[in-house]
Design a protein around this ligand. Structure first.
Ligand SMILES: Cc1cc2nc3c(=O)[nH]c(=O)nc-3n(C[C@H](O)[C@H](O)[C@H](O)COP(=O)(O)OP(=O)(O)OC[C@H]3O[C@@H](n4cnc5c(N)ncnc54)[C@H](O)[C@@H]3O)c2cc1C
Length: 314
């Protein structure tokens, strides 16, 4: 990126704008190269400012939530990575509603809702995520997904050389298994819509009951998933909901657990968790995933598709 762009961006974003930031430090897989520009948005105003600045200057942006589903390339990201740390939450207990900034951590939201005797999202307790990342990929567990609870979102929609704020319904978001319109319909666009806030329809439930459910879900997840390791969660999507078409089953039966590329291998505990065991690079992760897809294709004739997202130059 040239000096002129750097200087223009700095004029708008100030000292918080960083250059050449290693993305590995900001994603759970702990791989990835350098972002040309990196900015942490502490609130919705700054998130809007950063997105608008990138559009105005014609440089690509990427919204990074918790980085729990993102694999940045070893070659880095040629543009502005905006880490979303917006954190406001408001509750309307009479209507069982929560209005959360998109950068709010899900665990935080669930805990705070419990203090108002509002539940519903306990099933997501052990899913590491921001609200924005969860809505983008319709995060779910135990047969529920966040899309079931979204009442509306406010989005920053890129338009010409600026962006406008628009409120959308769940119908527009078109939620499906680990996906939404935000993930599918803007795939090839240089500038994707950005979730600013979400209104979630919760349910009245006693705090002690909510805490019990959260703990129960966490215990169940711990039994089946390697939660403490460097991963991005389930790497591939299930083909469908039958156990024999789950990505984990297909990978296991195809022998993917025996594969290893550099420091990357699949978990012995759960075949659909690709783990960075020993300083794996993003390329190791990518090559291992490709090998595993090939195995499954050869044995079952099925095409696994990534649930995780690769970003940057590959
Ligand atoms: C140990 C572990 C267990 C997991 N278990 C589960 C599970 O049970 N169920 C499940 O569904 N997932 C699971 N995951 C995956 C991960 O938790 C989810 O995908 C989560 O929703 C990612 O959220 P994030 O904020 O980290 O998103 P990021 O990884 O930061 O971003 C993911 C995508 O969302 C986009 N995005 C983020 N914020 C916004 C925004 N404000 N506006 C527009 N786009 C945005 C990003 O640009 C990117 O394309 C697991 C991951 C780990 C590491």
């Amino acid at each position: 990126m040239n000096d002129e762009i750097e200087s223009e961006l700095r004029k708008i974003l100030g000292e918080e704008l960083k250059q050449n930031v290693v993305l590995r430090d900001y994603v759970s897989m702990k791989v990835g190269g350098v972002a040309d520009f990196f900015y942490t948005a502490k609130d919705i105003g700054n998130l809007t400012l950063a997105v608008s600045a990138a559009i105005k200057l014609g440089i690509p942006y990427f919204i990074l939530g918790g980085g729990y589903n993102t694999i940045p390339s070893d070659l880095g990201y040629p543009g502005l990575v905006i880490r979303n740390e917006s954190s406001n939450i408001a509750f309307s207990p009479d209507f069982s509603l929560a209005i959360a900034d998109s950068g709010v951590n899900l665990g935080c939201l669930i805990n705070q809702a419990a203090s108002h005797d509002l539940g519903g999202l306990e099933f997501l307790f052990s899913v590491p995520s921001t609200v924005g990342g969860a809505i983008y990929g319709n995060a779910g567990a135990f047969k529920y997904a966040i899309g079931d609870f979204v009442k509306s979102v406010t989005l920053l929609m890129p338009r010409d050389d600026t962006a406008v704020i628009i409120k959308h319904s769940p119908k527009w978001l078109n939620f499906s298994y680990r996906s939404s319109a935000l993930k599918t319909d803007f795939k090839d666009d240089k500038y994707k819509p950005v979730i600013l806030t979400a209104t979630l329809q919760l349910v009245q439930r006693r705090k002690d009951e909510i805490l019990r459910m959260m703990q129960e879900n966490l215990e169940t997840k711990k039994k089946f998933q390697p939660l403490g390791q460097k991963s991005a969660g389930s790497f591939f999507k299930n083909i469908d909901s039958t156990p024999e078409k789950s990505a984990g089953y297909l990978l296991d039966k195809s022998g993917a657990k025996k594969l290893r590329v550099g420091g990357a291998a699949f978990s012995k505990h759960h075949a659909n968790f690709l783990i960075n065991h020993r300083n794996a690079t993003a390329t190791d992760v990518y090559n291992l995933a490709e090998k595993a897809k090939k195995l499954v294709k050869e044995k079952y004739g099925l095409d696994l598709k990534e649930e995780v997202e690769y970003i940057g130059k590959w």
